[in-house]
Ligand binder design. Structure first.
Ligand code: COA
Length: 323
C-alpha cells in the first residue's frame, strides 16, 4: 500500500527552465529502462510553445531533490485534434527510490485536476501534440499503477523498424501516374491545404507546428498528381528539428532515421500511390545513409512488413474519463 506521501508536497511549475528540463531528462532516465533514454534537448523540444497549447508541470520534491514529475498538456481551438475533449499527461515518472510511496498517484491527481479545470473531459497517457510516446511503452510495470488510478487501455500502437542499408523496392511498388519529390519552402501553402483537406486533425496541426519550429520543408516528401498534391510523408534525419530520440532507435544500426506520418487523399487510396510514396521516402533515407529506420505509431503492421519492417516496440494507449 502506498500513502506515505502528503499530496500537499506537490508543486506546480508554469515556466519550465533549462535546469528543470535537465532534471526532467535525468528523472526520466532513472525511472525508465535504458532503451527509452531521452536527451535534455528532446525534453526542451517537447516543452517548446505550440499554438493553442497550455502546459503545466507538477513536481514532487523530497529533501529539496526532484522525486517525481507529471507534465500535463491542454490544447485549445483545435477541435479536430482533440475531438473527444482529450487532455494529455505527457510524462509521469517517480525516481526509483521514491516509488510506491504515493508520489505517482498524487502527481497524477494534480495533473488530472488541472486538465479538468482546463475543460478536458478525458485524459490520455502520452499521445499529446509533442509526445514522448504514443502511450505507455510495453512491457512496463507502470501498467498496474495506471490501472490502480482508473486508466484502461483502448488500443495498441506499434513502432516498426528496418535496417535500410540494403533497401530495395518490394514488388508491391508499381508505376504511378504521379511523381514524388521533396517539398520546398514555396510549397508550404499547398502542403497545408492538402493536409487541411485530407487530414484535418493531428497531421495538419503537426505540419503547422513543424513550420513554426522552422523545420526543414524538404523533410516532407510530396506526391504530385495531375491535380496537385495527393499525398505526403514526413522524414526525420539526424539533423531534423524533431529529435530522433523521440523514436527510441537505440537497438538499431546507426545512423538513425524515421518516416511518418504518411497519407494519401481518400479518393486515391488502393491504387498504389501509398506504396510509391513510402518507397520514395525510404529510398531517400537510404540514399542519405540512414540505416536503422523507425516508422512510428501505427497499426498498419502488414503494410509496412511488405517493405521489410518488423515490429519494434508497442505502446498501450491508456485513457480515463475526467469527472
Ligand atoms: C509509474 C510510476 C510513475 C508510479 O509512481 P509511484 O509513486 O511509484 O506510484 P504510487 O506509489 O503513487 O502508486 C499508486 C498505486 O499504484 C500501484 N502501483 C504503483 N506501481 C506499481 C507496480 N509496479 N506494480 C503494481 N502496482 C503498482 C500502487 O500500489 C498504488 O496502489 P494502491 O494505492 O492501491 O496501493 C513509477 O513507477 C515510475 O516512475 N515508473 C517509470 C516511469 C514510467 O513508466 N512512466 C510512464 C511513462 S509516461
Amino acid at each position: 500500500m502506498s500513502a506515505a506521501f502528503d499530496s500537499a508536497e506537490i508543486r506546480s511549475v508554469d515556466a519550465i527552465d533549462t535546469r528543470m528540463t535537465d532534471a526532467l531528462a535525468d528523472l526520466w532516465n532513472r525511472a525508465l529502462p535504458a532503451d527509452l533514454a531521452v536527451t535534455a534537448a528532446f525534453v526542451r523540444y517537447n516543452v517548446r510553445p505550440s499554438a493553442g497549447v497550455q502546459r503545466r508541470l507538477f513536481v514532487g520534491e523530497a529533501g529539496g531533490v526532484l522525486a517525481g514529475a507529471a507534465l500535463a498538456t491542454a490544447l485549445y481551438g483545435e477541435p479536430a485534434v482533440n475531438a473527444h475533449g482529450e487532455g494529455w499527461i505527457d510524462l509521469v515518472a517517480v525516481a526509483p527510490v521514491h516509488q510506491r510511496q504515493g508520489i505517482g498517484r498524487a502527481l497524477l491527481a494534480a495533473a488530472e485536476a488541472w486538465l479538468a479545470a482546463q475543460g478536458c473531459t478525458q485524459v490520455c497517457i502520452g499521445a499529446g501534440p509533442r509526445p514522448f510516446a504514443p502511450g505507455l511503452p510495453d512491457p512496463n510495470d507502470a501498467v498496474h499503477f495506471f490501472a490502480a488510478c482508473g486508466y484502461e487501455s483502448f488500443e495498441t500502437a506499434w513502432d516498426m523498424a528496418a535496417n535500410l542499408a540494403g533497401y530495395t523496392p518490394p514488388d508491391t511498388v508499381r508505376e504511378i501516374a504521379g511523381v514524388v519529390r521533396p517539398a520546398t519552402p514555396r510549397h508550404v501553402d499547398d502542403l497545408l491545404a492538402f493536409l487541411h483537406r485530407e487530414f484535418p486533425g493531428r497531421w495538419h496541426y503537426e505540419a503547422q507546428m513543424f513550420i513554426a519550429d522552422a523545420g526543414r520543408l524538404s523533410d516532407y516528401m510530396l506526391l504530385w498528381t495531375e491535380r496537385g498534391i495527393d499525398g505526403c510523408c514526413l522524414l526525420t534525419f539526424p539533423d531534423s528539428v524533431r529529435p530522433i530520440d523521440r523514436y527510441y532507435p537505440y537497438q538499431l544500426p546507426k545512423p538513425w532515421g524515421q518516416l511518418g506520418s504518411i497519407g494519401i487523399s481518400a479518393d486515391r487510396r488502393g491504387q498504389g500511390y501509398g506504396a510509391a510514396l513510402l518507397d520514395a521516402g525510404l529510398r531517400r533515407l537510404h540514399d542519405n545513409g540512414i540505416n536503422g529506420c523507425v516508422i512510428d505509431w501505427t497499426n498498419r503492421v502488414d503494410f509496412y512488413a511488405r517493405f521489410g519492417f518488423e515490429r519494434y516496440r508497442s505502446y498501450s494507449m491508456l485513457a480515463r474519463p475526467l469527472p
